[in-house]
Design a protein around this ligand. Sequence first.
Ligand code: CP
Length: 323
Amino acid sequence: MTAAAERYATQYAEGSLLSVAHLTVAEVAGILAMTTRLEQMSPAKRSQILAGRRVALLFYESSTRTRTSFELAAKQLGATTTLISDKSSSIEKGESLKDTGLTLRALGAECIILRHNASGAASLLAKTSKLPVLNAGDGMHEHPSQALLDLRTMLAHVDGGRRKTDVNTRSLDGIVVAICGDILHSRVARSNAMLLPRLGAKVLLCGPPALLPEWASGLGPGVAIERDFDRALQQAQVVMMLRIQKERLAGLEVDLADYVERYQLRAERLPASVVVMHPGPMIRGLEIADEVADGPQSAIEEQVSHGLAVRIALLVRALGVHA
Ligand code: CP
């Protein structure tokens, strides 16, 4: 075990997923293999795996895909779920994240899925609660389960799906993934930029300086900046569009009309072989045009389905069950 892995193991409960940086490529391969095994299992058998186990969903920010898929995943496995939202709980009265976590643990929660608007919140909750914590998005930091579902979606598409078995450091060799939009605020971009190059992909980040600062190219080896969206598209096999996060734009100068002209993904600029992805929620007419979102190259709904499948495996892993 490396020193970093040892430090991680002493700080966090086994099965936590806080950052893609904590996963080895072998662990990524293991999670994706388990995802496929669980997908192929009969629903009756799957529903016994976490029977009687208790999962808490703690959400300080709105979510449709992540929250629903984790909840449905837990239910498919037979677990009991409870949802705690900042809008309808003692969080509104000022209870801290630490105390909320300790309260959930005292009530019998065995795993907490956390979405929070502060970067580092998932790590704090994991340290203080000592429970396995699955990071469902923390501020501008990371969204690791999204990166795993995005990876599974890509592997299902590139080379006609031939690369989806035997996941390793060369699985995405020769693949260029363009990620375009509000990189600055995007935990999805960060997790993907940290994960995909470790499987051989080149990640091209694309967007205006206000939303894509120069430092972003330092997210890791295999990550570069290409400001010209059309040039990025000509090199890419996959393009991932990101929402402009209006709620995090305060103080930034972004001319939306100019942004649409330069960076909106429209049919006229989309090469025929490029797979279109978007983590959602999409703002149609802003970063992506209807004809692309609903077009034959779109894998956006598939991403959502892969999200459910991957999160089933992440819950099994979090609760330490061999399946
Ligand atoms: N991709 C994603 O995190 O979507 P939600 O905000 O709907 O969960």
